[in-house]
Write a protein that binds this ligand. Structure first.
Ligand code: MLT
Length: 407
């Protein structure tokens, strides 16, 4: 008799964004005339930058000629892309990262979800609340937690992010082996200062732990004091893995390309305390389970680092930040406190009401989709996340409708 992985039974019936999609579909089926504006899932709406499109076409043409055709690429990603990333995203900011410490992948969701596989089963986890649900759910699937009791899984140290701490969690008083951090944060949009990140690096060194640093929204940082990479902090090479994505930076949510940085100096230990490079563990996993991102897509990603590509991607993130500013201003007019939106595409609104109720109110009264904060964890209750990923026209219309609905 085939049996299933019973850890799946501990999960909520469906993934947060699938749950929301179901509610929205039910609403649109019942109200076919409704023109629903989606400011829920952080999915980009603006087309790919011209530099990327040109490179994508050129890559496709190369695949159509015998002399330039390519079969399987290097599993770690083409050197031309890894070299551009190491130079522009890291070395230019003083981070000592080499091209062979970078692994190209088809998305940060997969990377953040898969990385836990290479660590032991009985490690201690520290995970922020609210949080991108992938970090928690993949550890539940792997059997690292107990049951979900009153909205929280046994076996996880939750790092509360609340208005009281500016939505940047404090360092826990107990040791953790694997720590998930995300800055600029999804869902709150909060950013961490150099001093705050340095404190996390010191904590990880003290406890021989590893920080998983999700920097998928790095391209939205405008405050020059805020670090773009954890490797801007001295010593982070020895304690941190960083995740980056082209999804929000350059509109690649449908094109798929991301990367993970694993410094060769980062080690994990066996049960006898002997150190092994995490880089070799991930290399073994990656080459066994992944065959690379397509060549034209990697060409398109590399085009982001050309002069034209850099200008065009900056214009894209500026555009969404312009939407975010409008959203923040509209929330202020409504008297709803919010954070995020200045160095991040997300605005975290303190509604002071049940978050699913507020979600339903906006859907039914304004035909606007947001994301209920409770879907990101217990501390998300009372909040909603509004995404700035949409056209200017839709954002302006959505804000007018929200204002009318809340009057
Ligand atoms: C979100 O809305 O949180 C993101 O789009 C999710 C993702 O990047 O997978």
């Amino acid at each position: 008799m085939i049996r299933f992985n019973e850890n799946y039974a501990k999960l909520k019936a469906s993934y947060l964004f699938a749950d929301i999609a179901k509610r929205v579909t039910a609403f649109t089926q019942a109200n076919p005339q409704a023109n629903v504006i989606r400011l829920g899932i952080g999915d980009v709406t603006e087309p790919l930058p011209p530099a990327c499109i040109e490179a994508l076409h050129a890559g496709a043409d190369e695949m159509g000629r015998r002399e330039t055709f390519k079969g399987y690429g290097p599993e770690q990603g083409y050197a031309f892309l890894r070299e551009a990333i190491a130079l522009h995203d890291f070395q230019a900011r003083g981070c000592p990262i080499e091209p062979d410490e970078i692994f190209i992948s088809d998305g940060s969701k997969c990377d953040c979800g898969n990385i836990q596989e290479i660590f032991a089963h009985d490690i201690r986890l520290a995970i922020p609340d609210p949080v991108y649900p992938v970090y928690v759910d993949t550890n539940v699937m792997a059997g690292r937690t107990g049951a979900n009791i009153d909205g929280r899984y046994e076996g996880i140290t939750y790092l509360d992010s609340t208005a009281a701490n500016g939505y940047v969690p404090a360092i826990p008083s107990t040791p953790a082996d694997l720590i998930y951090l995300c800055f600029p944060n999804n869902p709150t949009g909060a950013v961490a200062t150099r001093a705050q990140l340095a404190a996390w690096v010191a904590y990880a060194k003290r406890h021989k732990s590893i920080i998983l640093f999700d920097a998928a929204y790095e391209a939205f940082i405008r405050n020059p004091e805020i670090p773009h990479s954890i490797y801007e902090i001295e010593g982070a090479r020895d304690v941190a893995i960083e995740f980056r994505s082209f999804s929000k930076t350059a509109g690649f949510t449908g094109t798929r390309c991301a990367f993970i940085v694993i410094p060769k100096t980062l080690a994990a230990h066996d049960s006898l305390g002997r150190a092994t490079p995490v880089h070799s563990l991930w290399m073994r996993r990656h080459t066994t389970k992944f065959n690379g991102v397509s060549y034209p897509v990697q060409k398109a990603a590399a085009a982001i680092y050309t002069d034209a590509g850099r200008q065009q991607t900056r214009a894209l993130t500026d555009f969404y930040l312009g939407n975010a500013k409008l959203i923040r201003e509209a929330m202020a007019r409504l008297g709803l406190p919010c954070v995020g939106g200045d160095n991040s595409p997300y605005i975290w609104v303190n509604t002071g009401r049940d978050s699913w109720e507020f979600f339903d109110l906006l859907l039914h009264q304004a035909q606007v989709v947001c994301t209920p904060g409770a879907g990101f964890g217990k501390c998300g209750e009372g909040h909603v996340r509004i995404s700035s990923f949409n056209s200017r026209e839709n954002v302006v219309t959505a804000l007018d409708r929200i204002a009318a609905a809340l009057k």
